[in-house]
Write a protein that binds this ligand. Sequence first.
Ligand SMILES: *Cc1c(COP(=O)(O)O)cnc(C)c1O
Length: 227
Amino acid sequence: MTPVAERLSAIDAAIADAARRAGRDPAQITRIVVTKFHPASLVQELYDLGVREVGENRQQELSAKSEELGALAGLRWHFIGQAQTNKAAQIRRAAQAVHSVDRARIADALDRAASDDALLDVLLQINLTDDPGRGGVAPAELERLAEHVQELPTLRLRGVMAVAPLDEDPAAAFARVHGYSERLRAVAPDADWISAGMTGDFAEAVAAGATHLRIGSAITGPRPAQG
Ligand SMILES: *Cc1c(COP(=O)(O)O)cnc(C)c1O
């Protein structure tokens, strides 16, 4: 086995353990491999190992890698970084899901960028900190943003996304996210995805009901120099 294959299977075993400890079925949890800062060849290697969900946090990198690899059957790109409205068309062209919708303007731009009949899966990123400079909608604005997104015909509202703050116990942070998910489902019953949990806190996220984990370095290895 290659180092990547070994790390992938170790993480999948750890996810399955965390799920069982939480009384959950591991099959209900989608593991997205975050490939940022790594070359397209790593995405190909992961694909050959059976990975079908990959995540990127910068539009240029997302576009470049997805173009380089072309159509790989069943591969889905998740955009998880801060989205700029003037890059919405490029994001939409390359990604099948956007986890970082945090304001009406970016939702509108993604909707306008539709070029075929395929719906774009979107999640509402929630800011778990008091710092408005971090990405994410303020929790108080969640329902208002959800209702706006629901009116956009080419977007499919799927759920919530969050990053645990550095200065808070992730279990407590993800418990709050679970509550926000319930609030979202009160206005959008089908929007039941919870995208939460990274290399350092995926077990806590699984315990709190995460349906989509975004795991990078534990699988890909350390990121090359960040440009
Ligand atoms: C980089 C990144 C991840 C993955 O981080 P790791 O700690 O490497 O697992 C998850 N979510 C977002 C939004 C990221 O930018």
